[in-house]
Each structure stands twice: as C-alpha cells, then as structure tokens.
Design a binder for this molecule. Structure first.
Ligand code: S3P
Length: 170
C-alpha cells in the first residue's frame, strides 16, 4: 500500500517520533527524514554540541530552514524535533507539507524512554518526571494546535501505534 500524502510527526522528546517514522517508512516505502539527524549530520556534531557552541536560537533557525527545504519532497515521513512546532512559522510549513501527527506519552513513560540518552540538552540537567511534566504542560497547547490527529503511545507497540495513526488519517 502507498499513501498519497506526507506524514509529519511531532511530539515531546521520547514520544517515539523516530521509531514510528522508521516503521512507517518500512511499511509504506516512504523516505524517512529525521530532522535532528539531518541537522546534526550537516553541522558535524551532536545536537547537544550545537546547543553548546551556537546556542538554541541557531538550532531553531536550522529547523525552520530545513522544514522549508523539505517542502519539495513527496512520499516522505518527517520526524521533527520536540521543539519544532513551538514556532508558529514552522507549523505553517508543516501543514503545507503533509498531515501532522502528534504523538503523546505520559511524563513517566517519557522519563523511562529518555533517561539513558545524553543528547537532549533541554533536559540533560533536569532529568525527572516533574521537570518533564512541567515542560510538557508549557508546550501542550502549541502541540495540540499544530496537530491534525493525536495518537497516545503509552503501553503500545509500534505496530499498534502505526495502525491507529493510519486509521485516524483516513
Ligand atoms: C528538543 C527535542 C529534541 C531536539 C532538541 C530540542 C525540544 O528532539 O530537537 O534537543 O526542544 O524538545 P527529540 O524530540 O527528537 O528528542
């Protein structure tokens, strides 16, 4: 089966954007584009180092530029960084590009998924369920406003999540 639209995955860190993107790419023969990965490769350093050397604003500009560049792509699934939909301009670009899917998870689930990773500068020094919950709350309205559909990921495997996602987009 082929989809006749692009999918743009958004959501907080650790909601499974990259995993789901890879799986959708496999299932539907779409090209998977991981924005963090592209930016990191182009800059020749991990995200944490980009934040350290150039600052967050620089990274955010790189996200906006990349989203615009991706406009021309067809048959792609794009996994955004957790902060990409916070800029209104980025949401406009995403919506031009495809259907926007918000993946969600409880703070406890997120904590368990991110606790052993050290390339998420915004939470690296504050890795706790409370901090994650607080940041998630601050972002919630923007995430919801950007989304065409919302999929909860707690206690679900990737097959189940993708099935729900495709169903919701029909
Ligand atoms: C960020 C999320 C990260 C990465 C950067 C900032 C955020 O992406 O883009 O560390 O602001 O939530 P993931 O959601 O893939 O971890």
């Amino acid at each position: 089966m082929k989809l006749n639209y692009n999918i743009v995955l958004i959501g907080f860190m650790g909601t499974g954007k990259s995993t789901i993107s890879a799986y959708l790419s496999e299932q539907f023969g779409m090209e998977a584009i991981d924005m963090d990965q592209v930016i990191s490769e182009r800059e020749g350093m991990p995200i944490s180092r980009i934040f350290e050397i150039h600052g967050e604003e620089y990274f955010r500009n790189a996200e906006t530029n990349l989203l615009k560049e991706l406009q021309t792509k067809k048959n792609v699934v794009i996994s955004c960084g957790g902060g990409t939909p916070l800029r209104e301009e980025n949401v406009v670009e995403m919506k031009k590009n495809g259907k926007v899917v918000l993946l969600t998870a409880k703070p406890e689930t997120i904590f368990n998924r991110v606790k052993d990773n050290h390339d998420r500068p915004l939470i690296e020094n504050n890795k706790s369920v409370e901090f994650i919950e607080e940041l998630m709350l601050k972002r919630k309205d923007k995430y919801i406003a950007a989304a065409d559909v919302i999929i909860e990921t707690d206690n679900k495997d990737k097959q189940q999540i993708c099935h729900e996602l495709i169903d919701a987009l029909k």
